[in-house]
Design a protein around this ligand. Structure first.
Ligand code: NAD
Ligand code: WQD
Length: 345
């Protein structure tokens, strides 16, 4: 029988790409989203890519009664929980918005999974839990550092909530099981250019700012700092292609469904293992897309870590997952998506 997965936040950037990969891997999906940071049209893109229809309900995961109706209506054993707010700066300005949404939505999901005997959950965690790392690359065993933003704090707290709930609600080995995937920096879009990232307002993240600058929506990219202690002075990150990232969810959910997990709560870094600087990324974008980007060196951005990249060995060995797309392919897909959104030929 086909397995069904509830995808919360499935109209969003990573959720929509994961929904495609789940369907292509043979899963049934039920998508819920409150559309607070997405458009339902993203799911039309998913339907177009896969040629499959699936149920979508506009539900706020903080509304427990509405969420419970979803649990009553659909048979699913697994949940992938993307639904959260994610803007680091906004979380500093409006912490209660972040604690309220990110914690309540996850607690409701876990509570209802427990009540209705749905056992497999993936949680979208983040490399932000490592803060400014003491060693590079970071492994899952590297120390988490105190969170530098309320957003980061919600990721650490949700990881802890999952760890504690799995312990409490799986005493007989036949209850809740969870995996936290710590994403590094997701970028790019589906190769079809039918789905991609849709930031509202001025983008905070580097790649949407680059593509919007190339499209003429933004005048000039500011490279935040060229005096860091890195080979070219700009910050280094581990940029992970969003389709590769989506595929990691498929193998992780299969691991839980098939009972291949080695503990009831597991954590995996989802990154490439490659450190790429801001200037390297800008140069690669120009080269692969054959264009010149208007950029300038600007002061450092408050709160940025100098460098972080993943040791993905555990995901490689345990999940049998490896990042496949090159940075060039990913940057070409990001530009193709931006052109699609802007109607540029
Ligand atoms: P996104 O904003 O595109 O997607 C999140 C989706 O959740 C949106 O469609 C939004 O409308 C929905 N949502 C938010 N709160 C909700 C609620 N209470 N009920 C129902 N739906 C709700 O963000 P994304 O980039 O796709 O991120 C997905 C997840 O991955 C988030 O948990 C995010 O924190 C995490 N993450 C993202 C990144 C990144 O850089 N994009 C990195 C690490 C972790
Ligand atoms: C990448 C690099 C900037 C914009 C954030 C969150 C993290 C995770 C992923 C959710 C940095 C530089 C950026 C610009 C620039 N999200 N930059 N000019 O900060 O590594 O991670 O998204 O969990 O929690 O903090 O990503 O894309 O914002 O920045 O020079 O206009 O690009 O300084 O070095 P970041 P980013």
């Amino acid at each position: 029988m086909k397995q069904t997965v509830l995808v919360s936040g499935g109209a969003g950037y990573i959720g929509s790409h994961t929904t495609v990969e789940l369907i292509e891997a043979g899963f049934n999906v039920v998508v819920i989203d409150n559309l607070s940071n997405s458009e339902a049209s993203a799911l039309d893109g998913v339907r177009q890519i896969t040629g499959k229809d699936f149920p979508f309900e506009v539900v706020d995961c903080c509304d427990k009664a509405a969420l419970e109706e979803v649990f009553k209506k659909y048979e699913f054993d697994s949940v992938i929980h993307f639904a959260a707010f994610k803007a680091v700066g906004e979380s500093v300005a409006e912490p209660l918005k972040y604690y309220g949404n990110n914690l309540n939505s996850f607690c409701n999901i876990i509570e209802l999974m427990n009540k209705y005997g749905r056992h497999n959950v993936l949680f979208s965690s983040s490399a932000t839990v490592y803060g400014e790392p003491e060693e590079l690359p970071v492994t899952e065993q590297s120390m988490r550092q105190p969170a530098t933003s309320p957003y980061g704090n919600t990721k650490q707290m949700c990881e802890d909530i999952l760890r504690d709930c799995v312990k409490a609600y799986n005493k007989d080995g036949n209850g809740l099981k969870g995996i936290a995937l710590r994403y590094f920096n997701p970028i790019g879009a589906h190769p079809s250019a039918l789905i991609g990232e849709l930031p509202r307002g001025v983008p905070n993240n580097l790649v949407p700012f680059i593509t919007q600058t190339a499209a003429g929506v933004r005048e000039c990219l500011s490279v935040f700092g060229d005096d860091y202690d890195t080979p070219d002075g700009s910050c280094q990150r581990d940029y992970i292609d969003v389709v590769d990232l989506a595929k990691a969810h498929v193998v992780a959910i299969k691991r839980l469904v098939d009972g291949k997990n080695k503990a009831n709560y597991e954590i995996f870094n989802i990154g490439t293992g490659r450190a790429v600087s801001v200037l390297e990324l800008v140069n690669a974008f120009e080269k692969v897309n054959n264009l010149k980007l208007n950029y300038k060196i600007a002061p450092r951005r408050a709160g940025d870590v100098t460098a972080i990249w993943a040791d993905p060995t555990q995901a490689n060995n345990e999940l049998g997952w490896k990042a496949e797309r090159t940075v060039e392919e990913t940057l070409a897909s990001a530009w193709a998506w931006e052109k699609h959104v802007r109607g540029i030929e």
